[in-house]
Design a protein around this ligand. Structure first.
Ligand code: UD1
Length: 416
């Protein structure tokens, strides 16, 4: 039962509500470690990555209670600094706990984090920057132990922009002694959400949403309640589903303001977008693209997480185009699977050349990572005949119930 069966050909119609953001929930849950007391985080998606994070917090001594999408984290009994390897191994965001745990306990031992296999994804920059904040780190073959007698503010200049590093350093800096400046920082909306959460708890962060953050360390943070924003990548995925399958769907709560590059690309490739006060109406029209070029990059550029779903749209669209992947070096693992479904795609280095107007056919294909897996489901919606997407667990890492959501929209889809 780790697969999804899709009978292609149905148009999509109706409404789906966009879940809370995975990439915002994870660092915010990690940030609760900085706060002695009980925080309530609302709109946390019910996905396996968040379940792993809950388990990690529990293993560190926190009491974690979930009621549907509300998670209550009580950190008063925070004690552990060793993280269980099974959770750390499967989820890259476990590295996020590093900055927070050093701030609260002064010591962390963990194995190197896992996550989707979409590139080398080292953590060298995390460790290098933390060393500058007064952390001694000893690495071994499988992981490392980090220790500090007290985090100190520092001027941190990063060689490139990283979402995870930015988040980790924010978590390390908010309770550090003195002022920390970090630049260039990633400006993803999820980082803004983390800064909003921490500021509400009493952190002093200047420059949120800009390339440079100035963080004045404070003595202590106080418990708060916070609502996680909707997931722009999930909204983009259902947008692509509608573009590929055709039809019209209302994406309730889609965070329109955070989706500019994705929405303008969708319009360029033939979608019609209607703006409502509480979401967007997507109409998947005939694909009229005229040879598109998509280049991924840091926010506000086109997100790497949307690259695979758009590859499917491109394969179906008029003249196709090319996709340049500038963030991760191994994010074309979906290509052989799409080829199996009849797509004409070739990869040279970090560029995928996608011939358009493909007629996709049903096949048994394998999800190999989260977003690529969701993209295969989308391709199957538009394919002739039956497809089976195996390794559903990758998709479950980020989508609450993709089968139910698409079935509600009229797709012929079931667990297999
Ligand atoms: C986060 C997102 C992920 C998204 C990515 C880019 C979460 C949970 N995940 O991942 O969905 O695709 O941002 O938008 O929010 N790098 C190093 N050394 C380091 C750290 C990163 O070389 O110490 C490299 C990575 O290999 C990659 C690049 O920096 O090539 C950017 O990665 P980063 O922004 O850190 O991505 P994540 O935080 O892992």
């Amino acid at each position: 039962m780790d697969a999804i069966r899709i009978y292609g050909g149905n148009c999509l119609k109706g409404q789906t509500t966009i879940q809370g953001s995975k990439n915002a929930s994870l660092p915010i849950l990690a940030a609760t470690l900085l706060i002695d007391g009980i925080c309530e985080i609302e709109n946390c998606p019910e996905i396996s990555d968040v379940f792993h994070m809950q388990r990690l917090l529990e293993s560190l001594g926190c009491k974690v209670k979930r009621e549907e999408t509300r998670i209550r984290v009580d950190t008063t009994c925070l004690s552990g600094c060793d993280m269980p390897s099974d959770s750390v191994g499967v989820m890259r965001s476990s590295v996020m706990l590093l900055g927070a745990l050093l701030a609260r306990l002064g010591k962390v031992c963990m194995e190197y984090p896992g996550g989707c296999v979409i590139g080398a994804r080292p953590i060298d920059l995390h460790l290098r920057s933390l060393r500058k904040m007064g952390v001694a780190i000893e690495e071994n073959e499988n992981g490392f132990c980090a220790e500090t007698t007290g985090l100190t503010g520092a001027d941190l200049t990063l060689p490139f922009v990283s979402v995870g590093v930015t988040e980790n350093l924010i978590l390390a800096a908010v309770l550090a002694d003195g002022v920390t400046t970090i630049e260039p920082v990633a400006r993803e909306p999820e980082i803004r959400a983390l800064c909003d959460f921490l500021s509400r708890a009493g952190a002093r962060i200047e420059g949120s949403g800009t390339k440079r953050l100035v963080i004045h360390g404070v003595e202590k943070l106080t418990p708060v309640r916070f609502c996680v924003p909707a997931d722009r990548i999930v909204a983009g995925t259902y947008l692509c589903a509608c573009m590929c399958a055709g039809g019209q769907v209302f994406l309730k709560d889609a965070p329109v303001n955070d989706m500019e590059s994705v929405l303008s690309q969708a319009v360029a490739m033939g979608a019609a977008i209607g703006y409502e006060p509480d979401g967007i109406v997507v109409t998947g029209k005939d694909h009229e693209s005229t040879g598109d070029i998509i280049t991924t990059g840091c926010y506000p550029a086109f997100p790497t997480d949307m690259q695979s779903p758009f590859m499917v749209v491109m394969a179906l669209s008029g003249r196709g185009g090319r996709i340049e992947e500038k963030v991760f070096e191994n994010r074309f693992r979906i290509v052989p699977e799409l080829q199996r479904m009849g797509a004409d795609i070739t990869v040279h280095g970090n560029t995928a050349y996608v011939a358009g107007a493909s007629r996709l056919r049903g096949a048994i294909v394998q999800a190999q990572e989260l977003r690529g897996g969701a993209a295969l489901v989308i391709a199957a919606l538009a394919a002739d005949g039956t497809s089976i997407v195996t390794n559903r667990h990758f998709i479950d890492r980020g989508y609450e119930d993709i089968v139910l959501s698409l079935r509600d929209l009229g797709a012929d889809i079931e667990l297999a």
